[in-house]
Design a protein around this ligand. Structure first.
Ligand code: WT7
Length: 663
């Protein structure tokens, strides 16, 4: 491999684990009642046929004529079929007589802020919102930006867009005004749904104010629909801004849905690539819905009559789209949605929620598990967590310590853990154990989901054997796969389909162990993973060089005990940038602020190292691996290709001076 992957397990620790081959077989309780039959992998031997069978569990107004048209790298699934995603997530459960089942137990961050929404309620809310959006001019084929906190209206807004055939583009509430306007412009969006703010860490945060600022650069946006969540003061532009409670809540509670082509765009989700410009990942309707509803049913072993599920992620990222909104609701599940941070009202907030709502399936990210772990096992131990029956992990490689802690202290050793590997681009889960069928190993995502074909290949694209590492590729089309990058088909081909011709290159390193099970080892490109947020080094560098005193910047993801990786920036200043009295602090703060302004506060570097020069190869390429070694306080690797030996000394100096510096 050109460069060691950036995952949290590597080197000797990984070797030790692979050697140990600690494995937890399926529990008898699951074997007896699992949704997946033992034959599931062989049943899916013909993937197109198998996925078609699964697609038939959805409600189609018109059946498809061709299950798959594959013109590499462009796929069309269920060609000719017509359906409506919101009907599949809501109406059909009501029609089937399950309208009084709770769809959403919503919990606000402030204590006692609760709403219970049944499928009947959800249908009425979605119909009202669809009627209002129609009145405000939203039509099939439009794109709508959604910049919202974690409240029920966010789900309703997404489903209402889907109902009208308008693609939503949800932008995570942590993004800055600048990031918001970039995305609105890229997707040519004319309509924004937002809220005055939301509750985060005990205080109301502002959202509408960011929209106002973003829209100064987006004259095409002629309407914003605003939910009142916190009651904070907001500026108001008459003629453009409309309150949700005025426009939506007086609408009729019924709406006749239209049915759309299976390939109707459902949403665009922006994600970071290896360049400074984020990619608008496009997902369409029929294949995507099939993928997320099927994986939700089998991977989480969902029993919609009795389970209470909680995907503790933000709706602003793909996990929220696939496994808060479309996957659970397509299956008629009852779910918990919690607005705030895990320690609002005390560090046992999550365990109080699990206990009170009898949550049975919990899905979250390793970074959160590690944070909860740091707070101590006394907190979960003080609550009745016996309702839990399955735990899931997603977003980054899970370190075995966190896996074992999750298993023992949250799952009471009885709950299977599913470590699910997937990406914004894949739409849904791709590699995972199946409860009741496959064993699980702490740190391994184990096996491709039925109907999914993956491989691990070497630099030349040759499949590696058991015990070997390489690059993860996906070798056959799958229903939830992205249909491309919005407005940039060439970039789609170049990014994913050119490294290994004929296969999708995921950007992750992987290893097959001696049993043939898959271990995901982290990114092999310049994409960082910070607390489950995907960030590109180029994007952060671009932001930093926007500061007038900065000449050059190199950003690396250094491993971090809690967040997986942390942003560390090496910065050289312009000659003119005199450090007044040698005090770096104000400038370092200004550089961090420029990142918050350009991307969002979550992207701020943990550490900024000012240096007179950056280490480069003879061809002028910044030696990131070396910088990562510095940032991680490791011994330096091979430095023979450095342009100037003086730089080597410089690096040594940086290690000595800044190695332990934390901002
Ligand atoms: C990248 C995708 C999938 C939704 C959340 C993140 C990493 C994701 C795992 C896992 C090891 C994982 C990969 C991947 N990743 N899940 N179970 N084990 N790595 O979506 O922002 O598109 O990021 O997250 O590196 O490429 P995303």
């Amino acid at each position: 491999m050109a460069e060691a992957p950036q995952g949290s397990i590597h080197g000797e620790a990984l070797e030790a684990l692979l050697h140990e081959r600690r494995s937890f077989p399926p529990t008898p309780a699951f074997v007896a009642q699992a949704n997946a039959q033992q034959s599931i992998y062989t049943d899916a031997a013909d993937p197109v046929e198998w996925w078609s069978q699964e697609a038939r569990t959805l409600e189609w107004a018109t059946p498809w004529t061709t299950p798959l048209e594959w013109d590499l790298p462009f796929a069309k699934w269920f060609v000719g079929g017509r359906l409506n995603a919101s009907v599949n997530c809501v109406d059909r459960h009501v029609t089937a007589g399950r309208g009084s089942r709770v769809a959403i137990h919503w919990i606000g961050e402030p204590e006692d802020d609760r709403r219970t929404i049944t499928y009947n309620d959800l249908l009425a809310m979605v119909c009202q919102a669809a009627n209002a959006l129609t009145e405000l001019g939203v039509r099939s084929g439009d794109r709508v930006a959604i910049y919202m906190p974690m409240i029920p209206e966010t789900v309703v807004a997404m489903l209402a867009c889907a109902r009208l055939g308008a693609a939503h583009s949800v932008i995570f509430g942590g993004f800055s005004a600048e990031a918001l306007s970039d995305r609105i412009q890229d997707a040519d969006i004319r309509f924004v749904i937002t809220a005055d703010g939301g509750y985060r860490r005990g205080a109301p945060s502002a959202l509408k104010a960011h929209v106002d600022e973003a829209l100064k650069l987006c004259p095409e946006v002629h309407r914003t629909l605003v939910v009142r969540r916190t009651g904070q003061d907001v500026e108001w532009q008459e003629g453009r801004d409309v309150w949700w409670h005025d426009a939506v809540e007086s609408q009729p509670t019924t709406h006749d849905p239209e049915y759309f082509d299976a390939e109707q765009p459902l949403y665009i989700m922006y994600t970071s690539g290896t360049t400074a410009k984020p990619k608008g990942i496009l997902h369409t309707t029929g294949g995507y819905l099939t993928h997320v509803s099927t994986t939700y049913r089998y991977v989480f072993d969902l029993k919609p009559e009795t389970d209470v599920v909680w995907t503790a992620a933000d709706i602003g990222w793909v996990t929220g789209h696939s496994y808060i909104v479309y996957g659970p609701l397509a299956n008629g599940a009852t779910e918990v949605i919690y607005e705030g941070v895990p320690d609002a009202g005390g560090r046992d907030r999550w365990w109080r929620i699990v206990e009170e709502f009898k949550v049975s399936i919990l899905y979250t990210a390793p970074t959160t598990i590690r944070t909860l772990m740091k707070w101590g096992e006394e907190l979960p131990a003080a609550h009745d967590l016996s309702s839990l029956r399955l735990l899931g992990s997603v977003g980054e490689p899970i370190n075995p310590e966190a896996w074992m802690w999750y298993r023992e202290h949250i799952g009471g050793t009885r709950c299977p853990i599913v470590d699910t590997w997937w990406q914004t681009e894949t739409g849904g889960i791709m590699i995972t154990p199946l409860p009741g069928i496959t064993a699980a190993k702490p740190g391994a995502a184990m096996r491709p989901f039925p109907g999914i074909s993956v491989d691990v290949v070497d630099n030349d694209g040759r499949s590696v054997g058991n015990g070997e590492g390489g690059f993860l590729v996906i070798t056959e089309p799958w229903p939830g796969m992205t249909r491309g990058i919005w407005g940039d088909p060439q970039r789609f081909k170049d990014t994913y389909w050119s490294r290994f011709p004929g296969a999708y290159f995921a950007g992750d390193g992987a290893k097959r162990d001696e049993d043939g099970d898959l271990w995901l080892l982290g990114r092999v490109d310049d994409v960082m993973n910070v607390s489950g947020h995907r960030l590109s080094t180029a994007e952060v560098e671009h932001a930093i060089v926007g500061h007038p005193d900065v000449a050059e910047a190199a950003v690396v993801g250094a491993s971090d005990e809690t967040t997986g990786q942390a942003v560390v920036a090496f910065v050289t200043l312009k000659q003119s940038a005199e450090l007044g009295g040698g005090d770096e602090a104000p400038l370092v703060k200004a550089i961090r602020d420029v990142v918050a302004q350009s991307i969002g506060p979550f992207a701020k570097p943990r550490q900024i190292i000012l240096t007179p020069e950056l280490p480069k190869t003879r061809s002028g390429k910044i030696m990131r691996r070396l910088l990562r070694d510095v940032a991680e306080h490791r011994e330096l690797g091979d430095v023979t290709t450095l342009t100037d030996p003086a730089v080597v000394n410089l690096i040594d100096e940086m290690m000595a001076v800044h190695g332990a510096d934390e901002d």
